[in-house]
Design a protein around this ligand. Sequence first.
Ligand SMILES: [Zn+2]
Length: 241
Amino acid sequence: MRALSDHEMLRLWETGTGEHPVDRALSVLAAAFPDTGRDELAAMSVGRRDGHLMAVREANFGRRVSGVAECPQCAELLGWDLDLDALRATGSDEGGPGRLVIEEYELLYRLPDSTDLAAVALLDDVAGGRDTLLRRCVQGAYREGVAVEVGSVPEAVIFALATEMEARDPQAETLLDFECPECGLMWQALFDVLTFLWTELQARARNLLDDVHDLARAYGWSEKDILGMSTARRRYYLEKT
Ligand SMILES: [Zn+2]
């Protein structure tokens, strides 16, 4: 994978702006990994997907990530600054089919991927959505060796399945740890790599368009010509306007 060109960055911004985040993540990956089909990208486990999005972030915007968190108790603002490597989960496996045996149940399953996220994205009920997502991933359910409906599998067994999936695909949920220097509260917040990356990509796209606007107005050059210039050359001309 390589960094996106200015053209590609703008095209991605155009496509992704109107998309649901699940599709937007796939559009980012399709732009960064043009040799991989969209179906193949959609079938990546959520953790692998996020790992790839982190690689896209690093290739285009570097490894440092920073932000500001607000203490949920006293509203103190905490600046944070990390290397992406600190957010990379370890211990994920190759992501193939799994088999969970618990009490008298046996479940054959796969890890949740983007198609599952898309399927539950339209559901209003978060808890129900999570249950639906997990049950979608069960490819075979047996009780004492006899096939049963996934719907009849008890909640506790589905919970154990969720735990096993999290252990196998840990990048699917990346948490930041905070401790408030004012009130001492400790809490965790989700680091959503897609939201983070998309905010940066949007800002980059708008800056590029501003540059095109300024240069086109000053010199009458076309958008294609302006975007075809190196950043250094564009900067130079902009300083002259
Ligand atoms: Zn606090």
